[in-house]
Design a protein. Sequence first.
Lengths: 603, 214
Amino acid sequence: MPIISADKLQDSYDVVIVGSGAGGGQTAYTLTMEGLKVLILEAGRAFDVQSEVAMLQLPSQAPLRGEKTPDKQYGFHDCSINSGWDIPGEPYTNANKEPADQFRWWRQRMMGGRTNHWGRIALRNGPYDFKPRTRFGLGFDWPIGYDEIAPYYDKVEMLIGVFGTNEGLENSPNSSPGVLQPAPKLRVGELYAQKHGRKVGAHVASIHRAVLTKPQDADTLPAKLHPGNAKAQSILADSMRTRSPCFWATDCHRGCAIRANYDSQTVHLRPALATGNLDILPNAMAREVTLDKQGKATGITFINKTNGSEGHATGRAVVLAASSQESVRLLLNSKSNAFPQGLANSSGKVGKYVTDSVSSSLSAYIPAFEGMPIHNEDGAGGPHAYVPWTLHAKNIKGELGFPGGYHLEFTSGRQMPSLTTLNGIESKLGHEGVLFGAKLKEEARRYYGCQLGFGAQGTMLPNDGSFCELDPELKDQWGIPVLRFHWKWTDFELNQVKHQQQRIRELLEAMGGKVAAKADSEPAKLIRRGGEVIHEVGGAIMGADRESSVTNQWSQTWDVKNLFMADGAPFASTADKNPTLTIMALAWRMADHLMDEMKKGNI
Amino acid sequence: MSTSDDLPRMDRRKALQWMLTATATMAVRDTNLFAADPSPIKAQGYGPDPAMVKVYKPGDVWPLTLAEPQRRTTRALCDVIMPADETSPSASALGVPDFIDEWISSPYPAQAGDRRHILEGLQWIDQEASTRFGKAFADLALEQQTAICSDLAAAKPQPEYKKHASFFKRFRDLTAGGYYTTPEGMKAIGYVGNMPSATFEGPPIEALKHVGLA
């Protein structure tokens, strides 16, 4: 079974999955390795990672030096096609006019979804992150705790390959022994922050990222991941052997033709296809989940984007992994007599409690780096270090004005120059006027490589003002009703941004950094807008009972027992940690449960 | 997965209206040899699914629009900003003027402001050259070119240059950015990455010593 066209659909599948990203990929992998017949519907086109990603191309080889345009909203060489916050023919609306009260919705319309341009930061949620209500009296507890998901974190990390170190930090859990790949050596800026950060209580640790730093252990990992399943072990071993470790060049956002970093196609879909149990139908825009008279899901109605015709895919179970808000949209658009408010929405909670990471950034010029011997700092295509959240004792006492926390991600080093590399050189170097001529070339050499910055990513509490619903009028180019978003930051997020800015400033100044930005800016102006971090989750949250949530602890909808969610939609609350690793761990756990239920005859 | 820069938020309709206004204004001033191109950009962009692996050069996706006199001025100005020295070539030797042309000929809304700004600035700087030294900017001696640029680059430009100082700053940013994104420019600034390697050894001991880490 392969990548197919609509006329090659089988009459029925065991499971129909919508979406081929982290959640859909993991679900398909887990199910097909155990012999289930699976179909993935992907709204984007097929995409060949090996031949289509631009790894070593320079900005001067791209139009406009590779800068962002409405066609390529993360830049020309970013591994995104037909994707962005604004896609022609695929609108969405916002109920509020104020930009701060709006949500920006990134869609990644290509095989592998958002995993193509992911930064590969793969941090585990910690025990506190699953129980914010218990800990702070705020947000929602998940119906599961860290211990229940920990074995799945181990499994996902072994499968996809994650480098990092075990630091034994409160609420930033260790992986089991032998799970992590070796962490790469830290860069000068990261080491320098590690030394001087201590003065202000900042702990700089190796970050965890889904990049291979050595070949995967194809001789032992498959048996650990698929005990007693010789076929699965053999397929996985073959797949692991096709992956090369990092060659220490190029930004991971460009995608990875040598398969050193994780993307869904490289790691999940390739072995899943090799089982012979997976069909993938690209260019299929899901419109509605169909139901039978007993209220069970029967499959998905989709638009075949190649010719505009409508089709239907039939399955014994349906998994929505279309990205959190796209899955929500599917539920809301699947109305019937039994579910007049949208499918699986007897609680009225579908679309509610959407969150994104709370983020702001700040950078400085570090004079100590001037004149440093030139060397190659590319490394593993992204940060090697981060500053985990360690101020638990303070915020449990309520001293900080916000629950949860945030971590800091580095931007440092002698990165590949871009069109804007020298912008602001005068203010950073203390020149008046505009540099040009021989002096500019001289100062550029001094300036380059001395910038260091941090981006904070923090917990956003679910609130009643951040949700989506169907727009009462607007439809997309296929006639499918679109989403209308509502967005609201609360004082918790704004207090957190204020704290982020102060803390980053302290850290940069401890390094002798000169921060150009003024310290008194309003947090509301510094916070990145809702959706801009592209970490949105929620909208079909899991919970302990059917009145207050959309799914149970297995991401199985309360109302339709053969309908499951496998993206960020079931997140009951967010952590400061980036959501992708948790999406995969939850998806694997969900898929195991789905198979159990099928075996028991419950589905 | 985040970058801190915001995308331009001007919508296409607004941008088009704005561009029409801007070009209409330019058309009125279109009275001499170095006139700004009054026609709006009608070309298409590369679309949402371009071949990323392909190597592009300016003019491949949309036509360049600078007339030859404007190109001469652009080349000259680029080379005053980024001259050749013992170790690295000049901006024009690296094709930076073509990049500037590509940039101001772009069909995307974000470059529309630069198009107006730069076309007006090129026209002005030639007029200034003519007024001050009796020749087009490209035909001036380097000292004369530098004299004009220095007036634009001053910390506090004189009132008569103030209006065009922002043109110079923007032109400088594009020239320097265009320069350092080429292989020779990367070498000149000291970027030695983008080289696949079997291992990553971390910073050399000399770099660590330099910042007191070894």
